[in-house]
Design a protein around this ligand. Structure first.
Ligand code: AMP
Length: 454
């Protein structure tokens, strides 16, 4: 079904066209009619599925024209980056309307946000802390609110916003439409949903536990001491356009970035200890191609949408299995093809199994051909603090990971068609749809090696 049949206004259809979208994604097909009809909604969808447009388009359609009496829509987001990104989406889709959107988040001065609110805005996209400030000083009132959108609720709760979120919900008029999005809906999130929603329709698209089919992913076992050397070797042998590297800690992210710079990579860093202007500069520089690599922590990178991230490297295995899906969701967005590598150390058998159980598939374990796993490390980084989940502590005592027996896979020749170069056909994953394949060689050409599966 085309966008034109979904009941959106002509101005919004022009906005969609200007964005270059041709067909709605599955979540858009299912959510847009519900939202246009005024009903409450619980949506669980993988990142990269077009979730933002699924709520922004029908909400803009419902608002119609600008009104000066105070915001009619409030969108709560867990991070500043996500809030800024969602505001941009509202502005992009609504460019042929006179509706106004304002982003409200910490890390920057109050002045501009305050004057935009006072000038009269239709949509406020906010992180909970700064929103509470404006509510307390009564710059912002929610009396005119018609639609409340709670986005990435699981992450908002992980970040300790539960009290603020409940308080904000309590300050909204009872007569309203509420849209609720969360990658996973465990019981504590169901509680918040029950508190916030009335007879919601449920839209579940893809299972939040699956990794996009357009992403090939693999584990690269290595000792802690050789991790950084392996990272450098992977980058060297990979033909990446832009690569997002995840670190478990802010300190680790800074260190990785420093060492990558020393190895002549152009690097941006994104984590919560950086100032707002540094975060904006990092993200913009990464988006524009000024930086080929961005090193980030989970919280800072949650949901960020950078078109064309060709590779994700988990320098540290994620602390929670669901973060594996979120991190890998940064590449292969909206059906582009992407690769994701995770460096694992021998003591992480339990974490590996937890991820495989969560996503319901085995992840191939690969060895980088030509990399000397046994020589002394040239540069080392200290181990990230180990995440200890009591539920998993017992499993982590169990046996070490088993390599998946496999054959020898020559690296693709340069200049081959992308499909062949990725070697998808010849390297099926042992289970599920994830496929292992060697990184593409940089055009420029390094010496040919070959890649082995363990
Ligand atoms: P989201 O899941 O909202 O973060 O969207 C992921 C990416 O998909 C963004 O870059 C969107 O611009 C893009 N996108 C969303 N809807 C569509 C669509 N119908 N067609 C093509 N791209 C889309």
């Amino acid at each position: 079904m085309p966008f034109s049949k979904l009941g959106l206004t002509p101005a919004l259809l022009n906005g969609v066209k200007a964005m270059g979208y041709t067909d709605p994604t599955p979540i858009q097909l299912r959510a847009i009619p519900v939202v246009l009809g005024g009903g409450d909604l619980i949506g669980s969808a993988q990142t990269g599925t077009g979730k933002t447009a699924a709520f922004a388009l029908p909400v803009l359609a419902r608002l119609g024209k600008h009104e000066a009496r105070g915001p009619r829509v409030l969108v709560l987001e867990p991070t500043r980056e996500l809030a800024a990104q969602v505001e941009t989406a509202f502005r992009d889709f609504g460019r042929f309307t006179d509706l106004r959107a304002t982003v409200v988040h910490g890390g920057v001065g109050y002045g501009r946000q305050r004057s935009e609110i006072q000038a009269g805005t239709d949509i406020v996209i906010a992180t909970p802390g700064r929103l509470m400030d404006f509510l307390q000083e009564k710059t912002l009132r929610l009396d005119a609110l018609k639609i409340l959108i709670l986005d990435e609720v699981d992450r908002m709760l992980d970040m300790g916003f539960v009290k603020d979120v409940k308080k904000i919900i309590g300050l909204c008029p009872r007569e309203r439409q509420t849209l609720f999005f969360s990658a996973t809906i465990p019981p504590e999130i169901e509680d918040v949903a029950r508190f916030a929603l009335r007879n919601p329709a449920r839209v579940e698209i893809g299972v939040a536990r699956t990794v996009n089919q357009s992403v090939s992913h693999a584990f690269y076992p290595v000792t802690q001491l050789k991790k950084f050397d392996l990272l450098i070797a992977l980058l060297e042998k990979t033909d990446f356009h832009s690569c997002l590297i995840f670190s478990r800690t802010k300190h680790g992210a800074d260190k990785i970035a420093r060492k990558l710079k020393a190895a002549n990579h152009s690097v941006a860093v994104l984590h919560a200890n950086r100032s707002q202007s540094q975060r904006v500069e990092a993200l913009e520089g990464f988006k524009s191609g000024k930086y080929e690599v961005m090193v980030a922590t989970d919280i800072a990178a949650r949901g960020i949408d950078v078109a064309g991230v060709s590779h994700v490297i988990n320098y540290d295995i994620p602390a929670n299995p669901e973060d594996y899906v979120h991190r890998i969701g940064r590449t292969g967005r909206a059906q582009a093809v992407g690769d994701a590598f995770t460096l694992t150390t021998p003591e992480q058998a339990g974490e590996i199994r937890a991820i495989e159980r969560f996503i319901g598939q085995k992840v191939p374990q690969l060895k980088l051909e030509g990399f000397n796993y046994h020589s002394a490390p040239s540069i080392g980084l200290p181990a990230a603090p180990r995440y200890v989940d009591p539920r998993r502590a017992q499993q982590q005592q169990q046996r070490a990971p088993q390599g998946h027996g496999g054959g020898h896979h020559p690296r693709p020749a340069q200049g081959q068609a992308p499909q062949a170069a990725e070697g998808r056909a010849e390297q099926p994953a042992p289970h599920g749809h994830g496929q292992a394949h060697p990184p593409r060689p940089r055009s420029g050409g390094l010496s040919r090696g070959s890649w082995h599966r363990r």
